[in-house]
Design a protein around this ligand. Sequence first.
Ligand code: COA
Length: 185
Amino acid sequence: MDPTVPPATDKNGTMTEPPAHGSVVLREFTEADVRLALELGEDPYIPLIGSLPAHPTRRQAEEWVRRQQSGRAEGRGYPFVIVADGAAVGTIGLWLRKLSEGIGILGYSISPERRRRGYATDALKAITEFAWTVSGVERIELYIEPWNRGSLRAAENAGFRCEGLLPAHHEIGGVLKDMLLYVSP
Ligand SMILES: CC(C)(COP(=O)(O)OP(=O)(O)OC[C@H]1O[C@@H](n2cnc3c(N)ncnc32)[C@H](O)[C@@H]1OP(=O)(O)O)[C@@H](O)C(=O)NCCC(=O)NCCS
């Protein structure tokens, strides 16, 4: 493993258990998650906010899964699959591009047919607990478009508070979009 990747440890310095909360468990990506990638790629919004191509071919989905699998080793962050009732229902990641400022950034998506069951809320709670075990993380941020009610509610349900609106902050679909900044207390 790349030595720049901070270890996820508990207070005794040992690796933590897979993050879990309520109905979900988070696990690392496997090759079988190509199916999940194909599902997520059919959503109109998910490909705009990440590196998964819209309507991916099987090969594009496989490449995306491999990028998720290498994220940890390359020090980009901790990508997880969200599992509920034994099925892969979405993804959530702790990203480390602002780690030099003590900041971890969360991103997440739930398969269209699995929404409104509390999975995003539970996954946010699980990864937040995990994020505090990653050395160097002192603040956890979420960036959400103001119209994205499901994401705002999930963030609020998971205890995040809104710090304000950042005008023209993220390029999404080729357009600079205002983003609400949410922070874990
Ligand atoms: C946003 C998203 C992750 C929410 O996932 P989810 O598993 O459906 O969220 P939850 O079930 O935890 O719902 C949280 C709350 O939001 C509500 N909610 C969910 N989707 C909603 C929607 N489209 N409109 C209004 N409310 C919604 C739920 O009813 C729940 O309400 P509550 O506070 O009364 O309990 C999912 O819609 C998604 O993947 N969207 C596309 C990708 C995306 O937007 N990612 C986040 C980028 S910041």
